[in-house]
Design a protein around this ligand. Sequence first.
Ligand SMILES: NC(=O)C1=CN([C@@H]2O[C@H](COP(=O)(O)OP(=O)(O)OC[C@H]3O[C@@H](n4cnc5c(N)ncnc54)[C@H](OP(=O)(O)O)[C@@H]3O)[C@@H](O)[C@H]2O)[C@@H](O)CC1
Length: 255
Amino acid sequence: MTLEQLLEHGGLSAALAFTRIYPREALARAGAALVCCGPGDNGGYGLACAKYLKIFGYKLTLFYPKTPSKPAYRQLLNQCEKLDIPFLSYMPGDVQVLQHNYGLIIDALFGWTFQLPVKPDLAGVFGKLCDTTVPIVSIDVPSGWEADKPPSGSQQLRPDSLISLFLPKRCSLEFAVRRHYLAGRIIPVSMATKLGLRLPCWGSADSSSLTLALIDPSAAAGDSECLQSVSYRRADSLVDYMPGGTAAADAAAAA
Ligand SMILES: NC(=O)C1=CN([C@@H]2O[C@H](COP(=O)(O)OP(=O)(O)OC[C@H]3O[C@@H](n4cnc5c(N)ncnc54)[C@H](OP(=O)(O)O)[C@@H]3O)[C@@H](O)[C@H]2O)[C@@H](O)CC1
């Protein structure tokens, strides 16, 4: 697959997973979503996810602090601009401002090739994501985490929910999230067999089973040795998703 194809499929899948975790109306009551996109592929998935969320009617703002380095990112950035998604030009210095303006943050800053320590150019942005109490949903890997191990830096980002792309990374066994979806159905069975990967049972060809699986946290708990022990349920069997998504929205829905 080309990078463009990967970004489109991963971004659309992530956006669909997001709609399961944070229904539009509930999030609208809590405030707009801020999508923070980094300089690599993880940021590219963030752009594609933002594009689809905008198409689905979500209220959101994009933060893309570095100049896009690949044509595929530039294309997505253009598309987001054409959809009139507003852009934030700098990360507010005061975390209270973030809390006041946004109901949720989508973290697409760093993906699995991230290595500690955070370089100075994005250290401030990363610090704000770690400090804020705005709920965060991370795409693929929580920023600041390395794919295979728990975080070791002094600042650690703790997402509310995680959307893994294509295959959950080992570090996802190291922390509990409220919802964990696997998005993106691209790994061929032949490759999975060769590499000894256990893929979810994606099921029949309806729209959700093409792209999503829910990872059952209770099945993953207690076994941190092997990714293959992570269990999946088909997304369409998950009908009990939270009414809200953010703590504020959940409380409002329960009242
Ligand atoms: N690779 C694959 O086969 C596939 C990967 N896929 C997906 O892509 C995701 C990974 O994408 P990725 O490889 O572009 O990595 P990612 O972290 O988004 O960006 C790297 C950039 O971040 C920066 N940066 C890094 N460390 C930093 C630090 N300490 N401090 C500050 N900045 C730092 C650095 O930018 P620079 O400083 O060079 O401008 C670097 O260039 C992964 O999660 C997976 O889902 C799928 O497409 C399937 C195939």
